[in-house]
Design a protein around this ligand. Structure first.
Ligand SMILES: [Zn+2]
Length: 285
């Protein structure tokens, strides 16, 4: 067994009703704890797990959780459980009560504005730098957006009731909930302008760059149906644009997988919004 850091208190969700449940069973965790020792961890970053045990990553893979002081992180961790999220799953429906707050370890979640006729368009994306549903900790009980798993993702989740309790007693947790909401609002503003004023081709390239950043990879598993919905365009438009960007040598596209082969070219074909999103996220985070 490989023990990189000590397992200490992080639990995985064994709720049989949870379709996304995953993670080590009690016996595995116990064995891991024994193998790794039981001394107190010196910092939050020492909470950990064997790479053999966790394919879903760790809470501290999420940058917001990793940024917390040890004491504040310790208040959250008894309530955190890990989940693997399948691509395409709807995590939270617009108008529904927010039951859980999600901290992605990797992958990407999309926040969609949903119209009465069922059409939806992406307003923001969230990866391991962020959190979904955090405003539930400050009294926003119903989601204003639909949250969709854009690419295979793993996350820590915490019941909104528990999160509310922690927010009430932790300034750092309360602060990141407010701060990250500003990041999402900023994304929504830029995305609205981008959707209204920039070409489909530029938006397509901007969106691919965002996805690649979230995936930390040059390979992005996305179908054209997904892309069409995220960009608010017809599938035929996505086909045309994907062909054009492919012909320009920036990507290859085959069987639902996009590979970025020339990021510089893709960046040149993107609008300014990609860089603006990166800069504003860095400023506000
Ligand atoms: Zn744009």
């Amino acid at each position: 067994m490989i023990c990189k850091r000590r397992y200490d208190g992080y639990r995985t969700d064994n709720d049989p009703a949870d379709p996304y449940k995953t993670g080590p069973q009690d016996a595995s965790r116990s064995a891991l704890a024994n193998a790794c020792g039981t001394s107190a961890r010196p910092t939050g970053r020492d909470i950990a797990v064997s790479i053999q045990v966790s394919k879903v990553g760790l809470p501290l893979d999420n940058k917001l959780l990793a940024s917390l002081p040890r004491g504040d992180f310790a208040r959250l961790i008894p309530h955190l459980s890990s989940i693997a999220l399948q691509q395409g799953a709807v995590l939270i429906e617009a108008g529904d009560e927010v039951d859980y707050v999600y901290f992605p370890h990797y992958g990407m979640l999309s926040l969609l504005a949903v119209l009465r006729d069922g059409k939806a368009i992406e307003t923001a994306t969230v990866g391991r730098e962020g959190v979904v549903g955090a405003m539930a900790g400050l009294g926003l009980y119903k989601s204003l957006v639909r949250v969709v798993v854009q690419m295979p993702t793993a996350a820590s989740k915490i019941a909104a009731t528990h999160f509310r309790t922690v927010v009430a007693t932790s300034d750092p947790v309360s602060s990141f909930a407010i701060r990250y909401n500003e990041v999402l609002l900023s994304q929504a503003r830029i995305t609205a302008a981008c959707n209204a004023l920039h070409s489909i081709e530029a938006r397509f390239c901007r969106w691919l760059l965002q996805c690649a950043d979230r995936a930390a990879s040059t390979t992005v598993p996305l179908t054209q149906e997904f892309l069409a919905e995220m960009l608010g365009v017809r599938r035929t438009s996505v086909t045309e644009v994907a062909s054009k960007v492919q012909n320009a040598g920036a990507i290859t596209y085959s069987r639902g997988v996009i590979r970025i082969i020339d990021r510089a070219a893709l960046t040149r074909m993107s609008c300014e919004c990609y860089e603006t999103l990166v800069e504003q996220s860095a400023t506000l985070s």
